[in-house]
Design a protein around this ligand. Structure first.
Ligand SMILES: *Cc1c(COP(=O)(O)O)cnc(C)c1O
Length: 393
């Protein structure tokens, strides 16, 4: 169907941070399958473990115990604040699970009949109806009403807006079950979560017994320079969702919960494909390789180099660029609101310099290379961005 506005490019092969089109032309990849290919393309360790798994078994369903799923769950629990994992196949699905969990929590633990889940304006939580209703951007809603009821929105990084909204919703007694929020809003324009705001949010949620659920679908698995975005903020959520970077390009998502939010019982929730041996082998290999190769340290080093280079580009092209921002290997260039230049137009122009980029909203150029990106590749990336501004804009 005509769901996608695609770039005029067909990619047929990849290695590390590079991909090739069908004519053999090579591109530097600062998209990484939309922040999914953590280890880059055709990573040797991932190829080896997935080949081995393909030869063993691929899918059995959750009617049975799955050792690969248990191994990945253990790894995630040992490397995060969570105690339990539920596996699914995508970010939206992980958020759907979180929404159901929040509603079950409200009914069973707090006796709330019509629970409300709060999320932030400019958020992005996915395209399925529940996740879409949690997404605080009306342009994604348009044409798909009625939305799922029981959602409302406050302004990101604005504690007063959050408190005002709770007061408005709870005039006749408790109704707010949970907050679903990204530690960094990426699709919504690369808005970095403010530490003070998040700490106030955490305190308020504790006091009011509101579940704090983080959407770490894009920030998680090392991309922001920590394993998890919540670490940067110095707080722990009650639950969080992951997907994108976890499978290194393969379809897997998860809802992670602390013990007190471990509320699903048999029959409450399920997924046919979720947590199958193949996807979990991908997830476990990505996780253990990030750890073994010390990639989080690399993400911070490369992130700093990228940040410095972007600051120079901001300085050199002030007519188009307002500022740069980001953390780890989620970085971006913010374009002026009043220029004609949009992020998608820039990304298209960058193809001429054999560079892959994607927008985060219409005015932010997003830079999310694989976590294995090398120092010289960061240099080339910066040169290609500079050349795009100089020659094609
Ligand atoms: C991409 C994304 C989603 C949706 O994930 P899908 O796998 O496309 O369903 C949800 N939340 C955030 C923060 C994302 O970046």
């Amino acid at each position: 169907m005509d769901t996608y506005q695609r770039f005029p490019l067909t990619i047929v092969k990849g290695k590390g941070c590079w991909v090739w089109d069908e004519k053999g032309k090579r591109y530097l990849d600062a998209v990484a399958g939309i922040a999914t290919c953590s280890l880059g393309h055709s990573d040797n360790a991932l190829r080896r473990s997935l080949n081995k798994q393909l030869n063993k078994i691929q899918h059995v369903s959750n009617l049975y115990h799955i050792p690969e799923q248990e191994a990945l769950a253990s790894w995630l629990v040992n490397h995060s604040c969570a105690d339990k994992a539920f596996f699914c196949n995508s970010g939206a699905e992980a958020n759907e699970a979180a929404i159901k969990l929040a509603r079950k929590y409200a009914h069973s633990k707090r006796g709330i009949n019509k629970p409300v889940i709060l999320s932030a304006k400019a958020s992005f939580h996915g395209r399925t109806l529940g996740a879409l209703s949690a997404t605080g951007q009306s342009n994604y809603h348009k044409g798909f009403e009625p939305l799922v009821e029981g959602f409302d929105y406050f302004s990101f990084n604005d504690f007063e807006s959050f408190e005002t909204l709770i007061k408005r919703i709870e005039v006749n007694g408790p109704r707010v079950a949970a907050v679903l929020i990204e530690p960094i809003q990426i699709e919504g324009g690369l808005n970095i979560g403010d530490t003070t705001f998040f700490q106030q949010l955490k305190e308020k949620c504790l006091k009011k017994k509101i579940l704090l659920i983080f959407d770490e679908v894009q920030t998680g698995m090392g991309r922001c320079g920590y394993w998890w975005g919540y670490e940067r903020l110095g707080i722990e959520p009650d639950a969080f969702t992951i997907a994108k970077g976890l499978g290194g390009g393969h379809a897997i998502g998860a809802l992670m919960v602390k013990q007190h939010a471990n509320l699903f019982e048999p029959g409450d929730h399920a997924s046919t494909f979720g947590g199958n041996p193949f996807a979990c082998t991908a997830g476990l290999t990505v996780a253990t390789e990030i750890e073994r190769r010390n990639l989080i340290t690399q993400v911070n080093r490369r992130g700093d180099e990228l940040k410095k280079g972007l600051q120079k580009i901001v300085h050199d092209f002030p007519k188009h660029i307002k500022c740069s921002r980001g953390t780890g290997l989620i970085q971006g260039l913010v374009l002026h609101e009043d220029t004609n230049l949009t992020a998608p137009a820039f990304a298209k122009a960058a193809l001429q310099e054999q560079l892959l980029l994607v927008g985060a909203g219409s005015k932010v150029i997003r830079i999310v290379p694989p976590l294995v990106v090398k120092a010289n590749e960061i240099n080339q990336l910066l040169k290609k961005i500079e050349a795009t501004f100089r020659k094609h804009i």
